[in-house]
Design a protein around this ligand. Structure first.
Ligand SMILES: Cc1ncc(COP(=O)(O)O)c(C=O)c1O
Length: 386
């Protein structure tokens, strides 16, 4: 008798994005505004470093991370995030995604609850469901710039069962950068109701205009509550190296380090050595990417608004999340139509949760010239539609 796949797996959602991006990859005439990763190459000094270090990194790294990388992270956290951490507060992971899984395994028992944003990054919900934790959703509204509303959070809190709240700033898919004031209000709730804050800061370096990234872990009294997730993927165009880290209370980090032995043993040693070099780079490498993202953002947002795909100017990350309600109330169908008829791939808002209905996500981690062609195609398609 053939054994069955576990219920845990079969209940996980099948990401529509996978199917759309497969079509986009196979049909070269399609312009994809789907990607969630930088389109820039690895910074030159990192390419040189990879060549130099390859022969010395064939051994496992310690499960918690190399001590020389942790030292570099400690400095970076103090300088950039205003977080005071020691080595015992850090676990180096195979990207943020693994860190989220480790943190879930170590803080949420079966049927305990975590409050998560809706819409929110599609990697969040399945991670919590894999561990049989129960997600409770807090709606992020366009009229509130997709920021958190503390009153809506309160409604989802169960004094006994709520063990954590997840926030993501700058946010995927909305580009929202949470203000210090909102973070302080969330921090107050964490203390009052005694829950952890998972703070996903993968896009911390990608902010525009006068927006400033603030780490909730830097706020007064947050040390016992905040688990902050950082990534090398977006800042240094290092997605394929799979490197991230989590900063938090030493008991949780110790538990995550223990579990790490049974997931990936350690983050790739090569990536960790490269991470040290990345943290030593002058900011010009990331700044030049951000400058180009801003140029693309300004252009894309203008064109989308002219097409009645309305949105406010996003302040961080590299996504535009316009409303499609002038044309459709079904974001999947709309994205599918655009794909087939305009040959432009976007991600339906429903991929990010039920409250993503009525929106699409357009990534501007795509070459400026391609964005131009994509917008022209959209214009032609939407004119015909009306
Ligand atoms: C909000 C968010 N968190 C985490 C990740 C995954 O990051 P990493 O490559 O560090 O696992 C992504 C990737 O797109 C993301 O958008």
């Amino acid at each position: 008798m053939v054994r069955e796949i576990s219920e845990r797996e079969s209940e996980l959602p099948d990401a529509v994005i996978g199917k759309l991006l497969k079509i986009a990859a196979e049909d070269k005439s399609i312009i994809s505004l789907g990607p969630g990763e930088p389109d820039f190459p690895l910074p030159k000094p990192l390419i040189q470093e990879v060549k130099k270090i390859a022969s010395n990194v064939n051994h496992y790294a310690p499960p918690g991370g190399r001590s020389d990388l942790k030292s570099a992270i400690i400095k970076k956290l103090r300088k950039d995030n205003k977080i005071k951490a020691e080595a015992e507060n850090i676990v180096v992971t195979t990207g943020t995604q693994e860190a989220l899984a480790l943190a879930t395994a170590c803080t949420l028992d079966v049927s305990e609850q975590i409050i998560i944003p809706n819409p929110g990054y599609m990697g969040f919900l399945p991670t919590f469901e894999l561990f049989n934790a129960v997600p409770k959703f807090v709606e992020l509204k366009a009229e509130n710039d997709f920021s958190f509303d503390p009153d809506l959070i309160k409604k989802q809190i169960d004094r006994k069962k709520t063990n954590a709240l997840l926030l993501n700033t700058p946010a995927n898919p909305t580009g929202t950068v949470l203000s210090k004031k909102v973070l302080e209000e969330i921090a107050d709730l964490a203390v009052e109701y005694n829950f952890y804050i998972f703070s996903d800061e993968a896009y911390e370096k990608i902010t525009y205009d006068s927006s400033k990234h603030v780490s909730v872990g830097s706020l007064n009294g947050m040390e016992p509550y905040a688990l902050t997730f950082h990534s090398f993927s977006k800042t240094y165009s290092m997605c394929g190296f799979r490197l991230g880290y989590c900063v938090g209370p030493s008991d949780v980090i110790e538990a995550m380090t223990k579990v790490h032995l049974y997931t990936t043993i350690s983050a790739p040693n090569l990536s960790q050595v490269l991470g040290i070099k990345a943290l030593s780079l002058p900011s010009k490498y990331t700044d030049s990417m951000v400058k180009e993202y801003k140029r693309r953002r300004d252009y894309m947002v203008k064109r989308l608004n002219e097409l009645n795909l309305h949105l406010k100017v996003p302040k961080g990350a590299f996504y535009a999340f316009p409303s499609i309600t002038e044309y459709s109330n079904n974001s999947f169908k709309f994205a599918n139509d655009i794909l087939k008829k305009a040959k432009v791939a976007v991600v339906p808002g429903t991929e990010f949760g039920t409250n993503g209905e009525g929106f699409i996500r357009c990534s501007y981690a795509t070459h400026y010239d391609k964005i131009k062609i994509a917008m022209d195609r959209l214009e032609k398609f939407l004119k015909k539609k009306n």
